[in-house]
Design a protein around this ligand. Sequence first.
Ligand code: SAM
Length: 271
Amino acid sequence: MTRYMTRSSQKKSPSHAKHEPTQLAEESGWFGFQPVSPEEKTARVRKVFHSVAPQYDLMNDLMSGGVHRLWKRRFVDMINPAPDQDILDVAGGTGDIAFLLHKLSPTSRITLCDINESMLRVGRDRAINRGFLHNFNYVVGNAECLPVPDNSQDIYTISFGLRNVTDIDAALRDAYRILKPNGRFYCLEFSHVDFKPLQKLYDLYSFSILPKLGRYVAQDEQSYQYLAESIRKFPTQNALKTRMEQAGFELCSFHNLTGGIVAIHVGHKKA
Ligand code: SAM
């Protein structure tokens, strides 16, 4: 498995320099509802996914009643990749998005990238079990400073990953850097419910039922408490769209699914 490069070993391109941050955004200092340093957030997120990796797929099905499969299907249908594309699935974890994209575009070269080797190993084993041996590449790397060349990818995807990244703006800028001109950015993420009658029920489920499911199935209540809290800390649909524009993306839009429980954000790199 390719190891990730450190921040210092990866210089930003000059075209990218104008977007350098002056300070980290507010959510960088929170691990769910607990105030932490950005370094601690990264370390604790890493621990969460190391802990849940073996049960991750089972828990997704249980938590969402299988609905995450419909959201992911909708996501890849929107992407609709042409043949022979270079596709980078960031925070790709156990491979759900990469596998769906491969089915739609078997000749595309897909790189599955994740900061967490435990998640990536599960993804690689699943790919091998499905006979997906060609056109797949696995890279351990941080979305904030990807070990991927400038202007090299046609499509960037990140599914249920951006919320876990400490410096979201750095990740957006790096997504822009690695895309080819005209390349497309797609993010699927838990977002903010825009259908009020759903809100109370959703809160009850997230904070009362979800952590208990985590306790009994994955023997890990805290990681699923973090999941519920991190969703509430994630930027709203409009705020994320603005931050994508600040990173350089054009034609930015979002599409709510299931009353805004999740949203798909799309952006284009300049031609
Ligand atoms: N994309 C997969 C899916 O939709 O099922 C996995 C999503 S899982 C909820 C979140 C993933 O983000 C984990 O595999 C975690 O290791 C990864 N992750 C967290 N922070 C990251 C970062 N800074 N860079 C890359 N991956 C990261």
